[in-house]
Every structure is written in structure tokens, then in C-alpha cells.
Design a protein. Structure first.
Lengths: 189, 759
């Protein structure tokens, strides 16, 4: 009997840990389905729609990179809770399409995993809650510390910054952030 | 045979089933894991697993997008420590006694420690510190700097209210106030003494109100420190601004924030002679006249934001200002004497003045952006227009780069002047402020033997640098026969740099605070440049033994008074001042005993002596140890705050309960009026500021400050855009999970083998 105990305990711990890890990914995947639905409704009605009744955030934008066939729904705010479900629109930064810098942040291993595949020159489409779509072109990437982002939220250009943790393949979290800078392509060109 | 076959068969079946079991095990496990994951999605939303913010962003109620968000980040209110300043100046004859009251109000729920960096006049002698808590008044003591700091830190730990006043530069001070309780207001009062400035017919005082952000060069210049025991190995690390953190404060972008730090100013003017015109140059004031020699000056529209210097000038009603002033004070067993003597302006003795070689240096760094560069350019264009055909000149402009217009100074003919005029007109303010190389270039004198020319350097800058000492050393080492005339530009120039650089360069300091002043002040400067200086000045006391300052009297220019302070053993006899105006001898004798009673003269004398000791240290006339010793002795005897001494006041009654945390706040400063935020801090500012109205178009910063003058002070403390943590530990957990499962599988296999082996 005691012989069976250690492998069982190990199996249980392994199961729980694996489950927790899978849960994060599952949450990220499933939430996007619900968010996609809520965002479609947001565009249709023009009012923010919560993806589920007890959510404390709501979808604000869709970020698409057509070349990589990725599309993800960003949420208001970048609290830990919001980021579990989708990219967060960092507080106090501009809205997409507005003067200033719009900063979206997401986990490197879920929603912004594709950032490492985005090449300079790629086009990034951001659709706002009011249905307007803005096209940005990726023009630079940089690696900074989280507290020295150097981002001026009230800058003069029309910029987009997608941020995630760096390095992409690390298992633990560190202070470095990968920033992808993009500039608005004026409509009609 | 059969048995063997059977056994083989058996074992194959067993192996098959074991494989199947392992596969099944994994399948079941992964299904369970996913099921747990999905189930958990709808059960718990604990924040523990995923990202958390590295630090709470500062949020205002208007920014909150949902109730819960605000609750989580209500730290946003904690930085909102408020400050008000009241300045009360009493001018009695030759001296100004100033009482500066800073009101620290803590509207938050936390215990706070506040630090506030503020400027004072460069010649001010800070001697009194008082802290008012409720109805208790605690008076500060002068202590050696480290000792004062230790007392303050101890009080801070013990939860006692304490104030520490430290000098960062002769014109920059820091007040630290520990343990301001929730909802409490603490008053900190400092007092200083300063001499009235005199220039020709005009007397003036100046209250600096804000420390402009300084440009601190990166440590490029290194000096080698070889220790005697190091066997020839040493370290090369000399930061030109070792205390860069101590003189930097958060700065609010005027385009995005209401101006802060409301300041009230009252001046009680007792000039001692019937007054003529009294004028405030940068503030609207109300002037009451109780009698002909007294005025009370108050701000016309109540408190103003501390974003520009206050300047008051007054003239006597009589045509000519008194040319001699003599004041005395008896302190301890010594008498102190302060003498003002204005030498007469003697008309040129020669037929024509000596030709001059003038090097103009203009600062076009980012801090000069806005109105400052306009004033600087206007001043320089005026100066170019005043050159005589037989003069020689050159123009140098600098930011973190430098351009010298002509390879060597050229004749001031119309072609060259036109060339220089278009060069100056095209200048734009941007970049850092590397002042030392340009000063070096201006002082490099290629025509040293050419004694027919008077060599003058006119240096136009706001002096917004942190490495003043490097500049002073450059001037004192390279000045040669050149004389350096500093022209301070803008609403809050660094007066310490200006006066000390002019003193070391044996020139003068002219301040230009607005475009309207350009003409008048530049005319004054040119009167100094074009007229012979009063040279070879000496002062001799007939009976008393005097400790005089300045010990070697500098040359005087047109309209400048000689200001002499002395400590005497007895008040008797007379003092004779001698010198040469141009090539004519001049002398004046003042009877010491008939001096009028003055106040705070001993402090002014001590302050002046301390300043002399600092200069001696710069010019290497005294070793650093000697001058430090002199400074410390003077500071402790006269109770003055210096580089080496601080004032500290501790309220012995403990107030902060044990265990309550203390939060440090560096009070933000306004950007000096007329400065351009983007030019100083660049496109991506080092100090980011939470916008109050993000999409509001910035427009003209000055207009905004002006329109906000009377509105109540509401600000958002600065915040960076902190990027959230964006890594989950999903992979880490999954890897750990797989490892655990593998281990459990191996154990299971091991068990099975052990069970089957005995059979």
C-alpha cells in the first residue's frame, strides 16, 4: 500500500500543476471566443458590452495582423485580471487612431505570442469599439525595463505600441519588456 | 517448448497492455487537466496566477473606468501632498530680512515625508529654521551636515516630526519634513539675510521662486584617483554632478497641469531715503505708501504659482542715489561694518576708448527654448549693433555641440557683423547644455601680446547646469587677461552660477528677465563694457584692526557700488578707500564712528567670508581642507546653513504610531515660465507626467499657466507609463506538471517491476 502512495501523490501534484497551466491557456482561449462575441455586439450597438455578466472589464479593440492570420480582442485596462483574458489597453494612453501613443499589453505566451513573428513593415490593424479601423505599420522594436518604457503618452505622433514580456522563451517573468512600435498609416494612402 | 512459447506470449501481452496503460494514463490525465482548467475558469478569478501591475498607476476619479478599478488603484491619491509658500521680506536700509514659510498639507490617509527643493538668493545667509505643529513651535539648531542628517533620520524612525534644511548649492536648498500625519498641516519657516543690490541709481532685490531643471553632463571628464596604498592602481570615476539626484525634482508639464505651489509675497520696504519709482518687473503688485520713505508691496491678485523669480527695484526720489552708505552692528564682542561706495563716473580721459576684442557666447540649448532664446537673440543682436569698426569680435553658440563663427576674432566691419547677425537670427533652442567647452573656447586668447585691445567675453545663458564647479574651475584656470560678463536670461536663471562666474572672470552679471528689459539692461551692460573700470582698489582702516571681505577688492564697472563688509575690534577712526578710475587716482575716506545702526550685518559678513573661502577653494588658493575648516567655523559661530552645515528641528513629542508606514514624496516643481517643456525633456521625456486632459490640445503653455493662475491648485503627481507584467507561469506550471507526472509514472513502473520480479 505505501508503495502506491508516492506515485499517486506525484501524479496528483503533477495533475494539479499541469491543470493550472492548462487553465491559463484555456481561459485565454475561451475568453477570446466570448470577447469576440461581445466585441461584435459592441460595434453593432455602439455601447460597451461585457463579455460575461461578472466581468470587470470590456472589449475595446481588435488587433489584427493579416499576414500572420492572428486576431485578438483587447480589453480596457491592463490589470492582471484583464490580461488573463486578452491584451489590455494600458491606462492613460491614447486610444487607437488618436494623437499620442496607444499602448496595448498582453502575455507573451498567450495573446501576444505572435509578436515575435511580426516583422518590421508588417501592417497591424486596430479596430475600435466604434467600428473604425486604423492601420499601423510596424517600424521599430525595442527592449526596455517595465518602469523605463520611455513612452510619452501625450507624444505628438500617432503611434501604437504593443508590449509583452521579454525574452519570449523564458519560463519565469523578468523586468524586461519587448516593445513593438508602429506608426499610423494615414487613411487613404 | 510450449512453456517457453507461452512465457514469450505472456510477456508480449504484458508489454502490450503496459503500453496501452501508459497511453491511457496520459490520455485520462490530459482530459482531466483540461476539464479542471475549464471548470476553474468559471469558478475562481483569483489574481494570483496571472500578471499583476508592477506598481499602481496614479489614477484620478475621472480616469476610473469602473468602480472596481478605482478601488484597486486608489493609491493614486497618496502622492497628493500640497505645498503653499509665503514670503515676507523686510528691507531696512542696506539689508533684506526674508521669512519664507512653507506650508505642507497632507490631505491623504497616510503618514508622509516630504522633500522640497527650492531656490534662495545666492548671497542669502540662512540662519533660522522654525517648525510649527499645531500650537507648538520648534526652533532648529545648526549642526554639521552629517550630524544633522543623523538626527533627522533618528527622529524619522522614532515617529517624531522633524525638519531638515540642507544646502545643495549656495542658491539651492532642500527641506525635508518627516512624519506629516494624515490630514495634518506642518509649517516650516526659514529666515535669511541678504544685502540689497545696487546698480547706479537703482536698488533691487530678487526672490528666486523655482529651480529650473538642470542639464547634468554625463561623466565624460574623468580624474584619476590613485591611492597611496594601491600600488599604482587607482579608480577613474568623477561624475561632474555627483549630487545630480539631490538637485532634480519632478517637473510638471505646464501644458498638461495647472501650476502648483501657490506663493504669496509681501515686501516691507524701508529704504532709509525718500523713495521714487518702485517697480515689480514680473508680477502685478499693489503698492501702499504710508510715508515717503516706506512702501508695502503685495501681490495684486493673490498667490501666484512659483514659476518665475520676483524682482523689485526702487529708486530714490532725488536725482542722484546716495553714493555712500555706512552701517554698523555690534554682535558679541565685535563690531561689524557694511560700506557701500559708488565711485563717481568720470568721463573718458583719453580721446578715444581702447578698442575691444569681444567674444559673444550664446546658449541655444533646450532649456533656453520658449521666450529665453528670443531674449538672448535680441540681446546679442543689440550687442552686435553696438560694436565699433575698430573692435574685433567673434560669436560662439553652444548646446551639447558648439560652433565658432569665425576661426579667429575678426574686425567688426559691416560684412562681418551682417554675417554674424544672420548666424544669430537662425539659432534655435535644442539639445543639452555643455557649457565648459564653449567657455574654454571663448577664453582661448590667440592675441595675448596684443595689449592694445581689451578682451571681453559676453556669455548669454540661463545657467541651467548642474556642474557649476567645473565651469568655475575653467574660468579661474584660463581667464588670462579676458574678463567675463555673464548675461542671465529667462524667468529663473541660476544666479549662483552667474555671480560666481562673473566674480571669477572679473566681470559683471546682468540679468534679463523679459524681452522688454533687453534694451535697458544691455545698455547698462555696454556702459560697463565701454567705460573704464575702477581698478586697484584697496581699503585701509586707520585705527581698528579689520577682517575684511572681499579681502582683495574686485574691479568695479560703471554704476557698480563697492560693497565692503568688515569685522572690527573697535569702532573708531576711519576707512580710506583708494583706487584708479581709468588712469585717474580716486580716494574716499569714511568716518567709521558715524555709521548708522544696521541689522544682520554680522551674518552678511560671515556669508561673504564663506563665499570667499569657496572661491579660494576653486582657484586653489587654499586647500579643500583649509577652506572647509574656515567655512565650518564661520557657519557654526554665525548659525548659517552652508555646504557643510544644516539646520535641523525635531519635535520631541512622538506623533506617528509605531508600525505605521511612512511614505516619501518629492514635491514637484513648476517649469519656469516661458520654458518649453518638450525642449527641455525631449520628445520622450525622462519625467513623464500623468495628463489631466489627455486629448486637450496643449497650445501655448504660457497662456495656460496664465489662465490657471487664479484657479485652485489641483494637480496630478507625475507618473510614468509602467508596463504591466505580461508573462504567465502557465508554461512553468505545465512543465513542472509533466515532470511530476513522469516521475510518478517511473515510480509506478518501478513498483510493477519489483512486484513482478520475485515471481
Amino acid at each position: 500500500m505505501p508503495r502506491f502512495l508516492p506515485p499517486l501523490i506525484f501524479a496528483l501534484i503533477g495533475l494539479i500543476l499541469f491543470g493550472q497551466g492548462a487553465y491559463i491557456h484555456a481561459k485565454a482561449l475561451l475568453a477570446q471566443v466570448l470577447l469576440e462575441r461581445a466585441f461584435t455586439k459592441t460595434i453593432a450597438t455602439g455601447h460597451p458590452v461585457k463579455p460575461w455578466s461578472w466581468a470587470d472589464t470590456w472589449p475595446v479593440a481588435r488587433i489584427e495582423v493579416k499576414r500572420l492570420h492572428v486576431s485578438t480582442i483587447a480589453l480596457a485596462g491592463s490589470s492582471g485580471q484583464a490580461l488573463a483574458f486578452g491584451p489590455g489597453h494600458v491606462e492613460q494612453t491614447a486610444d487607437a487612431g488618436e494623437r499620442g501613443v496607444a499602448v496595448y499589453s498582453a502575455h507573451r505566451d498567450t495573446h501576444f505570442r505572435f509578436l515575435k513573428d511580426v516583422a518590421i513593415g508588417d501592417e497591424i490593424d486596430v479596430t475600435r469599439g466604434d467600428g473604425k479601423t486604423f492601420r499601423y505599420r510596424a517600424d521599430a522594436s525595442s527592449i526596455v525595463r517595465f518602469d523605463q518604457s520611455g513612452i510619452d503618452p501625450a507624444g505628438h505622433g500617432h503611434e501604437l505600441v504593443l508590449s509583452t514580456c521579454w525574452p519570449f522563451d523564458a519560463v519565469t517573468s523578468g523586468p524586461d519588456r519587448y516593445l513593438l512600435h508602429a506608426t499610423l498609416i494615414p487613411a487613404g494612402s | 517448448m510450449t512453456t517457453i512459447c507461452d512465457e514469450m506470449d505472456n510477456s508480449r501481452r504484458m508489454r502490450l497492455s503496459r503500453k496501452a496503460r501508459i497511453a491511457l494514463f496520459f490520455l485520462v490525465e490530459s482530459v482531466v487537466a483540461l476539464a479542471i482548467g475549464f471548470a476553474a475558469l468559471f469558478l475562481s478569478f483569483g489574481p494570483g496566477w496571472s500578471a499583476e501591475r508592477p506598481q499602481p498607476a496614479v489614477l484620478k476619479p475621472s480616469d476610473a473606468r469602473s468602480g472596481s478599478l478605482l478601488l484597486k488603484t486608489d493609491d493614486g491619491y497618496t502622492d497628493a501632498l500640497r505645498l503653499g509658500v509665503d514670503v515676507d521680506l523686510t528691507v531696512s536700509g542696506p539689508t533684506v530680512r526674508a521669512r519664507v514659510t512653507q506650508i505642507f498639507r497632507n490631505p491623504t490617509q497616510q503618514w508622509m515625508e516630504a522633500t522640497y527643493v527650492y531656490p534662495l538668493p545666492a548671497g542669502g545667509a540662512v540662519d533660522t529654521l522654525k517648525m510649527v505643529v499645531g500650537d507648538r513651535i520648534v526652533v532648529g539648531d545648526i549642526k554639521e551636515r552629517q550630524q544633522a542628517r543623523a538626527i533627522y533620520e533618528q527622529a524619522k524612525r522614532d515617529g517624531q516630526k522633524a525638519v531638515l534644511t540642507e544646502q545643495e548649492r549656495p542658491n539651492i536648498f532642500t527641506n525635508s519634513v518627516a512624519n506629516i500625519g494624515p490630514g495634518e498641516t506642518v509649517l516650516v519657516q526659514i529666515e535669511y539675510q541678504e544685502p540689497v543690490q545696487q546698480n547706479g541709481n537703482e536698488f533691487s532685490l530678487r526672490v528666486p521662486m523655482v529651480v529650473g531643471p538642470r542639464y547634468n553632463p554625463a561623466p565624460v571628464v574623468q580624474s584619476v584617483d590613485l591611492r597611496p596604498d594601491g600600488g599604482g592602481w587607482g579608480s577613474t570615476a568623477t561624475d561632474p554632478v555627483p549630487d545630480r539626484n539631490r538637485i532634480a525634482s519632478p517637473v510638471l508639464d505646464p501644458a498638461e497641469n495647472a501650476a502648483i505651489n501657490p506663493t504669496n509675497i509681501t515686501v516691507r520696504l524701508q529704504a532709509g531715503f525718500p523713495l521714487g519709482e518702485v517697480k515689480s518687473h514680473f508680477h502685478q503688485v499693489k503698492i501702499d505708501s504710508p510715508d515717503s520713505t516706506r512702501r508695502v508691496i503685495t501681490l495684486a491678485e493673490g498667490p501666484v504659482p512659483a514659476d518665475r523669480d520676483f524682482e523689485l527695484t526702487w529708486k530714490p526720489a532725488a536725482e542722484k542715489a546716495p553714493s555712500v552708505g555706512l552701517f554698523r552692528e555690534h554682535v558679541g564682542n565685535a563690531d561689524y561694518l557694511l560700506a557701500f561706495v559708488t565711485p563717481p563716473s568720470v568721463e573718458q580721459a583719453r580721446e578715444r576708448p581702447m578698442p575691444r576684442e569681444v567674444i559673444f557666447v550664446i546658449d541655444n540649448s533646450g532649456s533656453m527654448g520658449g521666450t529665453s532664446i528670443i531674449q538672448a537673440k535680441a540681446s546679442l543682436l543689440y550687442a552686435l549693433g553696438r560694436l565699433q569698426p575698430n573692435d574685433r569680435f567673434n560669436v560662439i553658440r553652444f548646446d551639447d555641440t558648439m560652433d565658432v563663427l569665425f576661426p579667429t576674432p575678426v574686425a567688426a566691419n559691416s560684412a562681418n557683423v551682417a554675417n554674424a547677425t544672420s548666424f544669430v537670427s537662425a539659432l534655435q533652442a535644442r539639445g543639452g547644455t555643455e557649457m565648459v567647452p564653449s567657455m574654454r573656447a571663448a577664453l582661448s586668447d590667440n592675441n595675448r601680446e596684443d595689449a592694445d585691445y581689451v578682451r571681453q567675453v559676453v556669455f548669454l545663458t540661463d545657467g541651467a547646469i548642474g556642474n557649476e564647479q567645473q565651469l568655475f574651475e575653467t574660468i579661474s584656470a584660463l581667464r588670462g587677461r579676458s574678463r567675463v560678463f555673464m548675461v542671465g536670461i529667462g524667468s529663473a536663471p541660476n544666479t549662483h552660477l552667474m555671480t560666481r562666474a562673473a566674480e571669477l572672470g572679473r566681470g559683471t552679471f546682468t540679468h534679463i528677465g523679459s524681452v522688454e528689459q533687453v534694451d535697458e539692461r544691455m545698455r547698462g551692460l555696454f556702459a560697463k563694457l565701454e567705460n573704464p573700470a575702477v581698478t586697484g582698489l584697496t581699503a585701509k582702516f586707520s585705527e581698528a584692526t579689520a577682517d575684511m571681505t572681499p579681502s582683495a577688492i574686485p574691479d568695479l564697472y560703471r554704476d557698480e557700488p563697492l560693497v565692503l563688509a568688515a569685522k572690527l575690534d573697535k569702532l573708531a577712526g576711519s576707512v580710506e578707500i583708494k583706487g584708479r578710475i581709468g588712469d585717474r587716482p580716486w580716494s574716499v575716506t569714511l568716518p567709521v564712528a558715524s555709521a548708522a545702526e544696521g541689522k544682520g550685518l554680522s551674518k552678511l559678513w560671515a556669508r561673504r567670508k564663506i563665499s570667499d573661502a569657496e572661491v579660494a577653494r576653486t582657484t586653489r588658493q587654499a586647500t579643500p581642507e583649509e577652506s572647509d575648516k574656515t567655512i565650518l567655523a564661520l557657519a557654526l559661530e554665525h548659525q548659517l546653513v552652508t555646504r557643510l552645515t544644516s539646520l535641523v528641528a525635531v519635535d520631541k513629542t512622538p506623533s506617528r504610531p509605531e508600525g505605521e508606514p511612512l511614505k516619501l514624496t518629492e514635491l514637484p516643481l513648476n517649469l519656469p515660465a516661458g520654458w518649453d517643456f518638450a525642449k527641455v525633456f525631449g520628445e520622450r521625456p525622462r519625467l513623464q507626467v500623468a495628463p489631466t486632459e489627455r486629448r486637450a490640445d496643449g497650445g501655448d503653455a504660457r497662456v495656460q499657466v496664465a489662465s490657471l493662475k487664479r484657479s485652485p491648485v489641483v494637480t496630478t503627481p507625475p507618473a510614468t507609463v509602467p508596463l504591466p507584467k505580461t508573462a504567465t507561469d502557465a508554461e512553468l506550471k505545465m512543465i513542472a506538471g509533466v515532470i511530476f507526472l513522469t516521475v510518478s509514472l517511473l515510480l509506478m513502473l518501478f513498483n510493477r517491476r519489483q512486484m513482478s520480479s520475485p515471481r
